[in-house]
Write a protein of this length. Structure first.
Length: 266
């Protein structure tokens, strides 16, 4: 599990056909893709779990193939989040939590709960949902992050609710979704989705340098001034764990973007 003050940079998943040309060496078989990717990056968002349930043996295998200090974030089941009433998701949340996450051990990072783009902010329903999210899995403290994709979440009332329950909020640079960098949890979680196919590293080198600097600021407790906010926030004296994923957009360029930011941070 990433500790406060650590920055993790990665991609979503590890099995994407174009990466056979842009990321994986020819001598790396499909079966060894995770082994390879986890040694080039510092985190991976497991997003296949959004569409279908994984089994304990899957999580155990993923943990076994990756370095001791590697961290996964895990995207929760859509059956828990793509629903009219979030407060009725208890059974789906429980089923997901008991699907084998414990097999990741110390490699279990944040759990991502992604809402549908049509899901509007309803404070009572969202609070009921937040109360369903377990604080622990066994003896392990859990960290939750919400990917709110409707502009109605860009309000002080949502920020206060998320902070009260210590739920982080996804920051994205995508013009398709609301983009706000207000910090609501004890860590920062960014999903960067604006890569361009014609740029070898997805983003230009100056842009990636800016994201690396933002990561350092988030890590130190600061708030990057150039990002959009719902309300003016205050810097924290506490260091934060930071998770940055290059995901979607020109996905074939995601590994190169992530690797370049890792190099800049080193």
């Amino acid at each position: 599990m990433a500790k406060a003050g650590e920055v993790r940079v990665g991609i979503g998943g590890w099995d994407f056909a174009p990466w056979r040309e842009t990321f994986y060496p020819q001598d790396v078989s499909v079966r060894r893709q995770l082994e390879y990717a986890s040694r080039q990056l510092t985190s991976i968002e497991i997003n296949g779990t959004f569409y279908r349930s994984a089994k304990p043996e899957h999580f155990a295998s993923w943990a076994e193939q990756t370095p001791d200090d590697f961290v996964f974030s895990v995207k929760a089941s859509r059956f828990a989040t793509n629903r009219k009433v979030l407060g009725e998701a208890g059974e789906s949340i429980e089923r997901f939590m008991q699907s084998g996450l414990t097999e990741l051990g110390d490699k279990l990072g944040p759990i991502l709960w992604q809402l549908a783009a049509t899901k509007k902010f309803n404070p009572d329903d969202l609070e009921a949902f937040f109360k369903l999210l377990p604080a622990k899995l066994g003896t392990r403290k859990l960290r939750h992050v919400l990917d709110a994709r409707h502009e109605s979440f860009m309000c002080p009332e949502y920020l206060a609710l998320a902070r009260r329950h210590k739920i982080a909020t996804v920051f994205t640079d995508s013009p398709k979704y609301p983009s706000f960098a207000d910090v609501t949890g004890e860590f920062v979680y960014a999903r960067l989705m604006n890569a361009q196919t014609e740029v070898e590293t997805g983003y230009t080198k100056p842009a990636l340098k800016t994201w690396a600097e933002a990561a350092r600021q988030w890590q130190s407790g600061d708030l990057p001034a150039e990002l959009p906010y719902v309300e003016s926030g205050k810097a924290s004296t506490k260091e934060r764990a930071v998770f940055i994923y290059f995901i979607n957009g020109a996905k074939e360029r995601a590994p190169a973007a992530a690797q370049h930011v890792i190099e800049l941070l080193e």
